[in-house]
Design a protein around this ligand. Structure first.
Ligand SMILES: [Zn+2]
Length: 123
């Protein structure tokens, strides 16, 4: 049942992840790590989709889905900094809440004012 659900609908989840990755491409130059993280997550979703598709095609029990998570969860834990770069919601310099665009798209963990101050110092 679960494998049928995943094989029916997770391809669209994968497409949504890829579409989001392409949206991040518009912020080229400032969102390299976050775009890469999103691409890795979409690869994990795609692997889950393929695995569930194989389970459903060969009518294997859903219990074997646990095998996917036994393999993928340690990988997620080990590479969590690369896979989930969306963890900072406050500026690391002044503590101001970051905007939605900065949380989603920008690799810099500083707000616009702190980021602009840095660039003025560099010049
Ligand atoms: Zn700031």
């Amino acid at each position: 049942m679960i494998s049928h659900f995943i094989s029916d609908y997770f391809f669209y989840v994968f497409l949504a992840f890829i579409f989001f990755t392409f949206l991040m491409r518009s912020k080229r130059g400032v969102s390299h790590a976050k775009r890469k993280g999103m691409l890795y997550l979409s690869a994990a979703v795609f692997l889950l989709y393929i695995y569930a598709l194989a389970l459903a095609a060969y009518t294997i029990q859903d219990l074997y889905l646990i095998l996917y998570f036994v393999i993928i969860i340690p990988i997620f834990v080990i590479f969590r900094k690369h896979l989930f770069p969306f963890t900072k919601i406050r500026c690391e310099k002044c503590g101001k809440l970051l905007s939605f665009d900065q949380i989603i798209y920008y690799d810099s963990k500083k707000c616009e004012t702190c980021d602009s101050l840095k660039t003025e110092k560099d010049i």
